[in-house]
Design a protein around this ligand. Structure first.
Ligand code: CTP
Length: 405
């Protein structure tokens, strides 16, 4: 990450009352180390976890904790804070705090200063997985994200403080710092171009019938949005998936495997990374009838031919190049998942492959969550689990932001 992007930047850290509040101490220290000027606001609940004195020692200024305290308000109150800051990070953003921000409450130092703040806000949610998955919480987050001013980082996937496993862990401090840098106009992938394939392909046998699969493109789009949030220029070559969020992405719509191959091959040489998540149909009908085939005249058997392997052809095209993009494949498997994925890693000469057991609960086609194993040429296999967005963020940080080996 280009930490110099933070030199002299004025950042407010709003601390909510969750067990992850202690990590906010590390966050303000890292922001300070990167050269930012930091001021802290704490909710009353946050003070149950960390004392204001801790932040004062780390930042060099007392945090705003009580907007009714004349001494605090007279010195540097909530309105001064809101005017001073260039960017507001809320970490941890608890379910309660997110709900209050969404509703426009202003009953504590964090929400009042946020109400008066006009700049970009980065929310770093952290809570129990059930609270995170609660429809109310999701609705609150989605509603805030409709405003371009708001963005989220995390929550990460893994073991939570309460012992549950899933999404809800505060994003790594490094990821939060990266999100701040990205919002301020830089990011660890700034200047990089990332090419992604996503969704299914359709192979038509006549104008109204096709061979396809149930892919919804969610994993690929999650990777695309995360890469964009990290500063990359992102192109998605997207099969037919219906309405999706295209904000900030260059989307090239395609239908068949052949279309997808053509669009990818014309772009892969200039990309810094190519991530193939598309569920490309491996077969297509040998012929495509120009008119709808009538029941009576249809063939008893359908003759199929192979479609291009988009990833394999892209890999061959850039093989041996001095500036070869990082190649990442996905492997949708139903058995001997890691073994089959490794075979694909070798055969398609990839840098890494993300293996996905599509039969596992909460994984695969159409789900919002995923459980995957990241297999790369260097470093041990890593199992990641959580929302597709959280898993996407971790895949990118493992393979593109701080590659192993
Ligand atoms: N892929 C591709 N073009 C194809 C088939 C697959 O680009 N025609 C890419 C996928 O996007 C994925 C990887 O190759 O990144 C592996 O896809 P998968 O369907 O799991 O494997 P296949 O190569 O099709 O092998 P098999 O059918 O034997 O499982």
């Amino acid at each position: 990450m280009d930490a110099s992007a933070l030199k002299g930047r004025r950042i407010i850290v709003g601390v909510g009352g969750g067990i992850a509040a202690y990590k906010a101490c590390e966050l303000v220290r890292e922001l300070g180390r990167a050269g930012a000027e930091v001021r802290v606001a704490m909710t009353e609940a946050a003070r149950q976890f960390v004392t204001p004195l801790t932040f004062q020692a780390l930042v060099g200024h007392p945090p705003l904790t009580d907007y009714f305290d004349p001494a605090q308000e007279g010195n540097f109150g909530h309105l001064d804070l809101a005017r001073w800051g260039e960017l507001y990070v809320v970490a941890p953003a608890t379910a309660d705090l997110i709900a209050k921000i969404r509703a426009g409450f202003g009953g504590d130092a964090v929400t009042t200063s946020l109400l008066a703040f006009k700049g970009p806000v980065v929310l770093a949610p952290a809570m129990n997985v059930a609270m995170w998955e609660n429809a109310r919480t999701q609705e609150n987050v989605e509603s805030l994200l409709k405003e371009a001013r708001f963005s989220t980082v995390g929550p990460g996937a893994g073991m939570l403080a309460c012992g549950d496993v899933g999404s809800g862990r505060l994003a790594d401090v490094g990821a939060i710092v990266s999100a701040v840098v990205a919002r301020l106009g830089g990011g660890p992938l700034t200047g990089k171009t990332v090419l992604v394939t996503a969704g299914p392909t359709r192979e038509y046998l006549d104008p109204v019938r096709f061979i396809s699969n149930p892919s919804t493109g969610k994993m690929g789009l999650a990777l695309a949005h995360e890469a964009r949030a990290l500063g990359a220029k992102v192109t998605v070559v997207l099969g037919p998936v219906g309405a999706v969020d295209r904000t900030g992405l260059e989307v090239v719509d395609v239908v068949s495997a052949e279309d997808m191959a053509r669009e990818v091959l014309s772009r892969v040489e200039t990309a810094d990374a190519f991530i193939a998540t598309a569920a490309v149909s491996d077969w297509r009908p040998e012929t495509r009838a120009p008119q709808k085939v009538k029941k009576g005249e249809g063939p008893e058997n359908l003759k199929l031919v192979r479609t291009p392997d988009v990833l394999l052809e892209a890999s061959r095209k850039v093989a041996g190049r001095a500036k070869r993009p990082v190649l990442v494949g996905f492997a949708a498997e139903t058995e001997r998942v890691v073994e089959h994925a490794r075979e694909k890693l070798e055969r398609k000469e990839l840098d890494a492959i993300v293996a996905n057991d599509v039969t596992a609960e909460g994984a695969g086609f159409g789900t919002d969550t995923n459980r995957v194993t990241v297999i790369s040429r260097s470093g041990p296999d890593r199992v990641l689990q959580g929302s597709k967005r959280a898993v996407a963020g971790e895949i990118l940080s493992l393979l593109l932001v701080s590659p192993r080996g």
